[in-house]
Design a protein around this ligand. Structure first.
Ligand code: SAH
Length: 466
């Protein structure tokens, strides 16, 4: 983040702008939304600038900006649309220590003006460090459509009501009240009877003051394979409302950032064969926070019901009499299949599909090898990296074809994902060659669709093809 976003108090502060054409107008339209003391320097003001000066919305100086105009100014804008003239203005600003923005010259500017969605007092600023103005505009359009026009009105009324709301106990109860106002009762009132919003707030406050505090609740939430766009809407909502998020180490940072800012984040579980939190400790954490009345999100990678030791945690929560919900997520097998462009089931090939673990409590997991070895079998093998040689040996011994495709998908759905097209005969060797650090699922019986590019072919296959 080269540019750090902040909201600057400009009320009563002097802002100077040099220029009188289109570029100056574009900036002034934004600056006129503030309560700053605006000074415009130009010998050729456009009609709009003249009109604003007449209305005393800004002060017009019909001369070039000079060194003495800068000291004490909060911000300066060089909008001459002429590189030489703008460089002179920027030089003067810098000499006085005033941050300057040169229109359309990111490199020499001390700050940039973001794209803005204005629901005053709610303001959304969007910046791309100049990398993608098209993207910033698209995001702005999206937000403009999504945020109700009356959001500003609700926020202004809400702000005035804050001291009254302080009669509610701090924390969950007060948050529930505000969330009810902004997302349910408020928008309803704003749409049907905007002049009744204050009344609505009063009765909402009475209702919430009477309400019993919400009891603790544990949401077992599937975080999916890693791509934040693959979260369900329910998962998003649970993260939005969480007081405590207890997450596996496999859940990546971009997803954790979606949690409520005040939420306590606790990392548990294990990463590959690294350090791990003992299961009873995780169970205790869930019970402790649930009992304390927290909205707990137990965030598990993929789907929480697949190889996630969910039953043990459920038993602990159930015994403690704490309510829970399970929010399903996209499991690694689904994400991997999507990535290699294959269906997990296919008419005439497999009418069942298996999810296996390479490991169980005893070590390498035994399976119904004879069934798995039949032609056309498709199985997604989780936690299979270490067990690859064992799996390979058992399957070959039970008659599986050495040529059976096995596709290894590491970090499915993530930007650093890798796909290795292997086959049973060379599986262990290919995995060892690849030395994959991330989580990987082995798709037994599936080859990547030929048209998929960006595949990392296995060493042995590459040799064969050469
Ligand atoms: N509940 C998870 C599975 C947890 S077990 C789910 O439904 O996906 C952990 C194993 O899941 C890893 O060893 C790996 O085999 C697999 N896995 C999890 N995330 C993965 C990802 N993004 N890409 C590939 N495999 C993944």
């Amino acid at each position: 983040m080269q540019h750090f976003p902040i909201f600057l108090d400009t009320a009563g502060r002097r802002i100077v702008l040099s220029g009188g054409g289109e570029a100056a107008l574009a900036k002034l339209r934004l600056l006129l939304k503030t309560q700053a003391d605006l000074h415009v320097y130009t010998e050729t003001p456009s009609p709009e600038i003249l009109a604003w000066a007449d209305e005393e919305r800004l002060t017009l100086h019909r001369r070039p900006i000079a060194a003495e105009d800068f000291p004490g100014a909060a911000l300066a804008y060089a909008a001459e649309e002429n590189a030489g003239a703008d460089a002179r203005v920027a030089g003067l600003a810098k000499a006085s220590g005033v941050p300057v923005n040169i229109v359309d010259n990111l490199d020499d500017s001390a700050f940039i003006t973001p794209a803005i969605v204005d629901r005053d007092p709610v303001t959304v600023a969007i910046g791309t460090e100049g990398a993608a103005p098209v993207l910033a505009r698209a995001i702005k359009r999206d937000l403009e459509a999504r945020l109700p026009q009356r959001l500003g009105l609700l926020a202004r009324i809400g702000k005035a009501f804050r001291p009254r709301a302080e009669t509610l106990p701090h924390g969950r109860q007060r948050r529930d009240f505000w969330s009810d106002y902004y997302f349910a009762a408020g928008p309803r009132a704003a749409e049907h009877q905007p002049d009744m919003i204050e009344r609505e707030l009063e009765s909402l406050l009475r209702r919430h003051a009477r309400a019993e505090p919400r009891p603790g609740h544990v949401h077992f939430v599937g975080a999916g394979p890693g791509d934040p766009d693959l979260l369900t809407l329910k998962a998003r909502r649970a993260l939005d409302e969480a007081d405590v998020v207890i997450h596996d180490r496999l859940v990546p940072q971009p997803i954790l950032e979606l949690a409520r800012r005040e939420a306590i984040l606790i990392a548990v579980g294990k990463e590959g064969f690294g350090p791990s939190t003992p299961q009873p400790e995780i169970d205790d954490l869930l019970v402790e926070h649930g009992r304390a009345g927290a909205q707990v999100v137990r965030l598990k990678s993929g789907d929480p019901t697949v190889f996630g030791r969910l039953d043990e945690e459920l038993a602990a929560i159930d015994t403690a009499g704490i309510a829970f919900t399970i929010v399903p997520g996209i499991t690694a097998a689904s994400a991997a299949a999507a990535q290699i462009g294959q269906s997990l089931t296919a008419r005439g090939r497999n009418s069942e599909m298996r999810l296996l673990t390479g490991h169980d409590v005893q070590g390498f997991a035994e399976q119904d090898w004879a069934t798995l070895a039949r032609p056309g079998t498709v199985a997604a093998i989780y936690m299979g990296k270490r067990a690859a040689r064992f799996l390979q040996g058992r399957l070959l011994m039970h008659g599986a074809a050495a040529e059976t495709p096995v596709t290894i998908v590491e970090n499915a759905s993530r930007p650093d994902s890798r796909i290795i097209a292997s086959r049973l005969a060379t599986l262990a060797e290919d995995l060892a060659d690849a030395a994959l650090p991330g989580p990987a699922v082995l798709m037994f019986g599936l080859a990547p669709r030929a048209a998929r590019t960006a595949l990392v072919q296995s060493e042995s296959l590459r040799k064969e093809l050469a």
